[in-house]
Write a protein that binds this ligand. Structure first.
Ligand code: UDP
Length: 360
């Protein structure tokens, strides 16, 4: 029996980990025992609990309750608490997802105890070292034993950093978010909300936007303009909401509908029914593509370059004019969404099999 400890703590990680947990439970529960550790990074009902309920995945075995701290303090406390769990449980593997502080803390705790480490969503790069996510992913990749890359680009990024000279297993697994979208699509739920027919779905939560008032104000100025043509539906991350309210940046109205974060099943409904997507989220850029929608990315770069190269996505940053022009330009694009960029829903299976068959 292989014992795996999965470290998760933030919204996208609950969705990603659900794919692998479900695969283990349905197909190989006699070969693998998974223990789930929730660091507490996101902990409230609509950023955490709802995902465990909706996605029908096991509740975490450990809840570490580390939140609301600076990056250093958060990562440090997580490291200490995860280490205690690992010493107690003595797993064969630690499995981490994505690029949050929980990812880095889990990775460090594992390798300092000589426990094997697998990183899902390895090899992604924005090449922007000011992003906390970029630091987390680079450091986690470097100490992982198996690097599960979602795309060819991720593999190419690792090669260009010299990973062929490092004794780690690098695999193209496909993207767990693709598996999640395929599986949960049939279960999508209409949120309790009336929206107009051609609404635009928008999310904003990245530190590079929320922690820079000029960028945030400029994005909202663009949204205000776009909302004259399309109603904008904005499930707002609590961090963004606090800053927006505190600085009087925008007032919720019929054209810009600010709502609380929604569950994943409601999110899929909104994705299926919107006109297009505007976001600084990594996950949502891909989900727009999965559900046949074009996307404006409110950042200066993306890790998901294949979306831009194939005209599914336009990078517009935070500049008001660029965003408004981008929204117009989107209407002229007509890419074929049938393209297979992220695997065909076998990523969970690929990950679990690679761990079962791993030979040192
Ligand atoms: N999401 C959600 N409800 C929301 C906003 C986002 O379920 O109100 C989902 C979204 O569909 C995607 C994931 O959360 O699957 C992305 O999380 P987030 O944008 O927080 O992180 P990122 O992808 O940027 O790491």
């Amino acid at each position: 029996m292989i014992k795996i400890i999965t470290i998760i703590g933030a919204r996208p990680q609950f969705i990603k980990a659900a794919v692998v947990s479900r695969y283990i439970l349905e197909n190989c529960s006699s070969a693998i025992k998974e223990i789930i550790v929730h660091t507490g990074q996101h902990y409230d009902a609509n950023m955490s609990d709802i995902f465990f309920e909706q996605m029908d995945i096991p509740k975490p075995d450990y809840f570490l309750n580390v939140n609301g701290l600076s990056h250093g303090a958060m990562t440090g406390q997580m490291l200490e608490k995860i280490e205690a769990v690992l010493i107690n449980e003595k797993p064969d593997w630690v499995l981490v997802y994505g690029d949050t502080n929980s990812t880095l803390a889990g990775a460090l705790a594992a390798k300092k105890l000589h426990i094997k480490l697998a990183h899902v969503e390895a090899g992604l790069r924005s090449f922007n070292m000011a992003m906390p996510e970029e630091i987390n992913r680079i450091l986690t990749d470097r100490i992982s034993d198996i690097l599960f890359c979602p795309t060819d680009q991720a593999i190419a990024n690792l090669k260009s950093e010299g990973y062929q000279n490092i004794s780690a297993t690098i695999l193209k697994s496909g993207d767990v978010m693709q598996d999640a979208a395929l599986y949960y699509s049939t279960k999508s739920q209409k949120p309790e909300l009336s929206v107009s027919e051609n609404f635009v779905l928008c999310t904003i939560h990245r530190a590079e936007n929320t922690d820079n008032l000029d960028r945030l104000k400029s994005i909202f100025a663009a949204l205000s303009e776009i909302s004259k043509l399309h109603q904008v539906v904005l499930p707002l991350h609590p961090r963004t909401k606090n800053i927006v309210i505190k600085n009087n940046i925008i007032i919720d109205n019929e054209n810009i509908k600010i709502i609380d974060p929604v569950g994943y099943l409601e999110m899929i409904h909104l994705l299926k029914n919107c006109q297009f997507v505007m976001t600084d989220s990594g996950g949502l850029q891909k989900e727009a593509f999965f559900f046949g929608k074009l996307c404006l990315t409110l950042r200066d770069e993306t890790e998901w370059v294949e979306l831009v190269e194939n005209s599914f996505n336009i990078i517009v940053g935070s500049n008001r004019e660029k965003i408004i022009n981008g929204a117009e330009k989107l209407q002229t694009l007509n890419p074929k969404f049938e393209k297979n960029l992220y695997g065909q829903g076998k990523t969970g299976e690929n990950i679990v099999n690679a761990i079962i068959n791993y030979k040192n």
